[in-house]
Structure formats: C-alpha cells, structure tokens
Design a binder for this molecule. Structure first.
Ligand code: DOR
Length: 456
C-alpha cells in the first residue's frame, strides 16, 4: 500500500470513527473504531474511542462498511446534463454510500481520445464529491484504434478500461462490426468491458416486431431477447480466448449467460450484475411502464434466481448499478422512442443489504460484491477494504431502521427510482471520502471532493 502523501492531496484530512461495528476484510465485525489520518486508515481497533484532538464521527453502534465502488455508471456530463451531471450524480453517490465510480464514455462528446478524457478528469476534479475513473470508448469505425492500442502510455493509462458497446446504439460508440471488435481485442492489454447484445439480431427483430400496434414498453424485452445477449457474450468470450485479453462482461442479464460463464469463464474474464437484473423482472413493466426499460432488458423471474445463484457461487464477481438516468418526460415518450436506462447509485447498497437482512446472503457478501471485488478487478489502489493503509472511504449503514425508497427523496437529477415504494434497511447514515464526512443524516458537506482513481 502507498503512503498517503505520495500522490494524494489529503493532508490534514483526519477523522476518528468510533462506536461502530467495523466490517473487516475477513468478513468479521469488530466493535470499535478506526482512525483516518491524511485520508488513509492508520489504525483499526476495539479500543479506539472519540479523540478530543481530532474530528470524530460517532457510528452509534451501526455497521461501518468500506465505501461502495460502482464499476458502471452513466453520469451524462458533459453534454446531457439535463438528465444528470457530476455534481448531482456524486451527491447521489454519497447518499447511497458510493465513494468511487467508473463512468461510461457515452457522453457528448463521447470519451474516445485524450482531450475528451482530460476534460472529464478536470471537471471531476472540480466538482465530484467522490472518487472517479473513466472508460475510453471503442469507436465503431475503428477510428480510435491507435489510441486504444497504446495501453500504458497516452490517454489509456489514465482510463480504467476500454468500453465496447457490441450493441445497442450510441452513435460513434456502436461497435458492432466483428472486424473492428476483433481489432480492439487484438492489440494492447487493458481490460475491455463489453455491453454484450448482438446488434444484428436486434435490428432484425426490430424490423419484424415493431411493425404492428400497439407497442407497449414490454416489447423491449422481446425484441432484445436473451439470445441477443447470449450471442454477444459468446463472441466476447471467444475474442478474449483468442487474443488472451482481459474481458469484463457488463450487466449480465440472463440465466443462460450465467450458465455459459459458469462453464467457460477463464481467469481472464470477470462479470457483474445489477440490482435491477437481480430483483426486477418483466412483471415490472405493468407497474412502471417505460421506467422499467433498460439495456440489456429485464428478463424473467427464473433469470433473477439463476443470476442470484451465480453471484452467490462466485461466477458473477460483483455488483454494478448501470446508473443511467433519463428525465420523466423522456421516459413518457411512446416505445420505442423512450430511452433505456434507470438510476441506481442511491439505492443499490440498501437494496442489497435488505437482501442480506432477509437471509439471502451476508452483509460481508454484499460488501465483497460492492467494494472489495470491483476494486480488485480494476486494480483500484487503496480501495475496497477497511484496513490499515487503505483509503479512508467508508459508509455507516443503519441495518435496523426500515425506510421506503421515495422518488421525492432522490438527489439524482432525474428524480425517480424504479424501486419507489420499496421498504429497505441498510440506508447510509453517513458517507466518508478520504477522511471527510461528505454526507451525514441527510446533510451534505458541499466541500467534499474525490480524487482520480489510480489503476495498478
Ligand atoms: O439502459 C441502458 N442505458 N443501458 C446502457 O448500457 C446505456 C444506458 C444509457 O446510457 O442510457
């Protein structure tokens, strides 16, 4: 682990968190506290109590977990800031216990070169309340292949990975041509994260299935069917194998893909699932209409179960939200003109902790899936664990009080959640970023700032 002052601007960021149940890396709980000095954890112990010399946070007996690392979000900044921006999104992160995020390139302009990546990093340094990393997108026409081949010099050195939209849409980022896909996998070493849906199949099914009226939003799950996802995931696995390339399959949505990965996943391959794909299915369209529309689409209840089992068995490595906000006005357009995507960073941790409290997994499992594993997969220095030398990023969660998700409480600019009305436990009562309390009991500290994530 690095020393705090080597490259972090966190001098003077001290905090004592006391009277908590600290989740340790081995999954055991320690009744006590921890000391953060210059943004990094200096001590963890049963005997740590409030210190009159230092700022203190009384955890009041609640669980203290590593801050959540969300490895897939769309924060819309620049260019689509009527939906979200880095200020509203990172405040939403604080409210949800998320202290680091990896953001996708489908902004305007798209993040496809050094200039667009630098601009994002500068904006995030100015305003992001939590730590940040950004993907570089693979252009569908191969135009930025020279940038993507460079690996650890040039822009890619500052990116968390390469994002490839094998489908569906996103202008220059639609990378559905197998020749270009192969070229991206063939050169360089950096992790390639794929949105695995087969664009050709989707196009054919759209032509066939969108000709008749009415067109309810649940048609989305029929057009972009499980086979479309399976075809693309199979293809990505073949490319990873052929070029011995690190592959991350984003937001796994179907039981068939989970079973494929159970059989064929190699050490080069990792994958994630969203709380939406675990907890919602096609029945949600009845309640939510187009608010339930996302890519890849919601599937069946059986898929929820197979995905959950794959997560428990370690076939699926981690949780991501795919936070993809759109305004209610945009979502009110008739299908297929309404955009796909749902917000997620404010609710992901309490959703998962509610599952733990219901006995489906442990709190330590949730933290492993939401902090430790994503930090490991992307080589995020200092993240994902509460241990000496790690960064002072944490969230204090209340596992006793049940509170509903309410659209009106959302700080994300879109102002809605597909989980509106769900009764959850495990809401963050405080979130700490490198030793600074960014959020506590509904109040934000607007001066809290994250730093650029470092990838080792
Ligand atoms: O539903 C989705 N919406 N899935 C994606 O992968 C992209 C996202 C968006 O940016 O709106």
């Amino acid at each position: 682990m690095t020393t705090p002052m080597e490259h972090h601007p966190w001098r003077g960021q001290h905090l004592v968190v006391h009277n908590g149940l600290i989740l340790q890396p081995d999954g055991r709980l320690l009744r006590g506290g921890l000391i953060i000095r210059d943004g990094c954890i200096q001590a963890v112990g049963a005997d740590i109590t409030a210190d009159p010399e230092l700022p203190c946070l009384d955890a009041k007996g609640h669980h203290v977990l590593p801050g959540v690392v969300d490895p897939q979000v769309h924060f819309r900044d620049p260019g689509l800031i009527h939906k979200e921006d880095l200020i509203t999104a990172s405040r939403a992160c604080l409210r949800g216990g998320v202290t680091s995020y990896l953001e996708m390139p489908n902004t305007r302009p798209p993040t496809i070169d050094g200039a667009s990546l630098e601009a994002k990093l500068e904006r995030a340094a100015d305003v992001s309340r939590v730590h940040y990393g950004f993907f570089l997108g693979a252009c569908g026409d191969g135009a930025n292949l020279p940038v993507l081949e460079q690996d650890n010099q040039g822009p890619l050195a500052q990116a968390c990975g390469i994002k490839m939209f094998m489908g569906t849409g996103h202008g220059v980022l639609e990378c559905s041509d197998p020749t270009v896909q192969e070229a991206v996998f063939a050169h360089g070493h950096k992790l390639i994260a794929v949105h695995a849906e087969d664009q050709q199949r989707i196009r054919q099914r759209r032509e066939r299935l969108l000709t008749t009226e009415p067109r309810p939003a649940d048609l989305h799950s029929i057009i972009q069917d499980p086979e479309a996802a399976l075809l693309a995931t199979c293809h990505a696995l073949r490319l990873s194998e052929k070029f011995q390339r690190r592959l991350h399959v984003l937001h796994l949505s179907t039981g068939v893909e989970a079973e494929l990965l159970r059989r064929e996943k190699t050490a080069l391959v990792s994958t994630e699932v969203t709380p939406q794909h675990l907890l919602l299915n096609r029945s949600a369209y009845g309640r939510l209409g187009a608010l339930a529309q996302m890519n890849p689409p919601l599937r069946d209840e059986e898929d929820n179960q197979v995905l959950w089992q794959a997560l428990v068995d370690g076939v699926i490595d981690c949780i991501a939200t795919d936070h993809a906000p759109h305004t209610l006005a945009e979502k009110a357009r008739p299908y297929p003109d309404c955009p796909s995507g749902m917000p997620g960073v404010e609710t992901s941790l309490p959703l998962m902790l509610t599952q733990a409290q219901a006995g489906r997994c442990s709190v330590a499992d949730v933290s492993r899936w939401m902090s430790q594993r994503p930090a490991e997969l992307y080589g995020l220095e200092g993240k994902g664990r509460l241990a000496v030398g790690y960064h002072g990023d944490l969230t204090v969660v209340d596992l006793q009080t049940i509170r509903p998700v309410r659209n009106g409480d959302m700080v994300s600019k879109c102002g809605w959640s597909p989980f509106d009305g769900w009764e959850l436990v495990g809401w963050p009562v405080a979130t700490v970023v490198a030793g600074v309390v960014g959020y506590a009991h509904g109040v934000f500290h607007e001066g809290c700032r994250g730093a650029a994530l470092r990838f080792v």
